[in-house]
Ligand binder design. Sequence first.
Ligand SMILES: C[C@H](O)[C@@H](O)[C@@H](O)C(=O)CO
Ligand SMILES: [Mn+2]
Length: 596
Amino acid sequence: MIESTYRWKDGFPKIGIRPTIDGRRRGVRESLEVQTMNLAKAVARLLSEQLRYPNGEPVECVIADTCIGGVAEAAAAAKKFNTAEVGLTITVTPCWCYGTETMDTDPSLPKAVWGFNGTGRPGAVYLAAVLSAHAQKGLPAFGIYGEDVQDEGDDRIPADVQEKLLRFARSGLAVACMKDQAYLSMGSVSMGIAGSIVNDQFFQEFLGMRNEYIDMSEFTRRMEEGIYDPEEYEKAFAWVKENCKEGSDNNPEHLQTSRERKDWEWEMVVKMTLITRDLMIGNPRLAELGYGEEAQGHHAIVSGFHGQRQWTDHAPNGDFMETILNSSFDWNGKRSPYMVATENDSLNGIGMLFGYLLTNTAQIFADVRTYWSSDSVERVTGHKLEGRAANGILHLINSGSATLDGTGEQMKDGKPAMKPFWEISDEEVENMLKATQWRPASVEYFRGGGFSTDYLTRGEMPMTMARLNLVKGLGPVLQIAEGYSVELPELVHETLDNRTDPTWPTTWFVPNLTDNGAFTSVYDVMDNWGANHGVISYGHIGADLITLASILRIPVSMHNVPKEKVFRPRAWGLFGTEQAENADFRACANFGPLYK
Ligand SMILES: C[C@H](O)[C@@H](O)[C@@H](O)C(=O)CO
Ligand SMILES: [Mn+2]
């Protein structure tokens, strides 16, 4: 199976570009046609050059057939976009046009307007006029207004305009990509974790997504009846034997299992990996084997594995399966990662999906487990934390699984990084595997065994931690903390790690402090975190997350993104400009979810 062609068989949403123009003929319109269409072409070029879909192909733009001077041309563009599967629109203009007559009125398409900042023709006046119409009609749009005045006929895109176009396009594409896809819940609620109570209303109204469910007995059925590709299984098993080194058994001697049992568990966990992937996206090989229904899959862009406890009390845990699927490669080579949430925490699964669709990179799922104050570290290890770690650290550690990309063994400009799969080298794949040990699971937690992913994330990676929460009466709320991974002296790491479960993957994380609100101290970040889990993405992607959240009308309750990078629909400012966080809550509540 060639994953990239099968997995994304439905293709991706496109960006619709709408050049709007002053409709007056006999002079005005004619003089603007070329410049207006050139602006549209320049925007399309920028987006296709800079942005890629999750399979690595350049983003596609569709430009309206004509400039849009009135409602007939607006309707013709809408029709063209509909057929071309456009998922978001950007309106561009250097001149005055008629607001309500030319605007995009499709309520579910994220939209932005770039009004050229010139003097000869008032593109910015149109921008203000049309954005007021968007506010008045309850169809929020992003306004893009370059800071510097450009000369008439200049079709270059200034840097500040480029930044906003790209931020809007990345976020709007993420929204469009998740729409009509499914979250597959494998099992149900894990250990009373509220995030694994799948809230279908939230998925439907805020994300435009469906919910699919299977009972975990489906794994047993597929395993016992052999509903997986036996050839791929042989290939996978051979690759795993060669590349995944089993680490030492940390269980007390009387709980350690036999070699024979461990060998059987390896077979099980490889099968679980194939089965989970097939459940999510289907597999044409299954149809050839006589399983036409199973071959179709659940159309899932993200899933969650219940695991604890019923499954793990009896069978090997999901750690190997989650790790491999969440990584950017497997026995078939490099490929886009699958999003699989531990403990079926669907809200963290959606956080992973947000981070993934914004960056095309793998995401780390982790327990936000311990705040270690500098004093506590010194008391326990005798070591005084310094540098980035001086104000305390957060221990991010998952109960056995995390993407192998989280090792930090990929490089960008000589520094640890997490990259889209098409930028990862074979040597980096080898290094990720070398940096990881597969430790027999802690049997007191996981009676059925399995293999946990043990690695330590390299330091100095810019990272963003996020968490989606649901609050009764309020709805969804997002939290965002930008910061860095840090490296501790080896003995310090070992001492701290040994106090939890050393067979699990660890990231030491320090959020950037702002001396304000939840970012007054590292302790405050921990103390304000909304749940036991968080998603950690490579890079400082907080600004993109904020833009994405505003399109979905999800307010952000805490973030440490610099003010000048925050970009939300223009109408948000009409809810107050002094306290943007406050205004965000009221704007989101006012406009309500994107889909009803
Ligand atoms: C092994 C334990 O049950 C862990 O899975 C538990 O600490 C969690 O991860 C809770 O989110
Ligand atoms: Mn957990």
